[in-house]
Design a protein around this ligand. Sequence first.
Ligand code: AMP
Length: 399
Amino acid sequence: MNLFEDFGLSSPLQTAIKNLGFEKPTQIQSKSIPDIVKGKDVVGESPTGSGKTLAFGCGIVEHATPGNGLQALILTPTRELAEQVKVELSKLSHQKHLNVIAIYGGVSINPQIHDLSRANVVVATPGRLLDHLQRRTINTSKVKLLVLDEADRMFDMGFIDDVEKIIRTCPTKRQTLFFSATISSRVKDLANRYMDKPTIVLAGKHVDPSKLKQVYYNVPKNMKLSLLLHLFQYEKSKLIMVFCNTRRTTDFVVKNLRVNKIDAIAIHGGLSQNKRTRTIDIFNKGKMGVLVCTDVAARGLHIDNVSHIYNYEVPNDPNDYVHRIGRTARAGEEGKVINLLCEYDHDNFSRILHEHRSFTIDKIEIPQIKRVFAIKSDDSRRPFRRKQSFHRGGSRRRY
Ligand code: AMP
């Protein structure tokens, strides 16, 4: 089905979709909306940005009614994704006056308790939802539609036990939808246990390989920053994301970019919820050109117009590489992925090439570049501090 009109959706829903400005359904929408609105269970292989929120949103808007308590529950792995899904569902259900709220940790619980009493649709992260269940401030006994968004991430982030506890509080007679970037064996196993003869929908990769160019440079560790600055100058870019493996490298890179007069902002797990939301807003509005982030912090963020992905460090998990590169070359736009490899990155890089044999990643020789001397993360705040010999903050990597 190539038009939204073909789905036989109710007129408020069709109006809402038109108001959102979407002309044609995406692949996941074409393949899953007919079954979703019929009330069937669906497992959709669809990464962030493929249009899955609107796909399950159609089911929610068609089947939930205002004033009948909580009827649809969506579980997401991150607070950012919960917020984004809530915003999209609110727009979609505007004509139908459904009350949609997001609940997640890191913010006060009391306003959520108040909002829950009137909610028809709840988008939640598992930890905080469980907290509400234990306090009996949420009632899941009338949930007729349960959505697990980014199911593979729920496993990666260790949330799956909480997710299962939550699923078991919902009525057994319900519609269940799982969306996941990849349908791994663990996602299938979960589907076997909690779904009723689900339809499996594959939406294909959202990265168009013909539009995505991937390259790598072999560069000594102490020249990475210089190369990054050089490439910023010579590559024609829109928005740029620079991925690092740790919070510490993220801070280091941001600090040095700023010293070199590049408008860069950081996002990592150490920032408060408000600060993360503000940061993403600024980036999305195109006010800042460079977002430096870790994988965990970047999960679930919707950012359009990213022309360049720089891997300042190559991720340990090849799946993270796929998630990183999926941020660019979206919606028919061109994108480029640039890997800066030093000796510490080669093992991770080989693993990616081994797992994703279809990737073509071209080697580029380092051009003549100006050496830039980096400052360490805390140098600028305490310029005259003597180097301390005691243990600083433990050796655990924080993401
Ligand atoms: P997702 O995270 O998979 O829900 O993708 C959401 C993104 O896709 C948002 O930026 C939406 O505005 C966009 N989107 C959803 N449906 C469509 C559509 N039919 N056409 C164009 N963009 C869409």
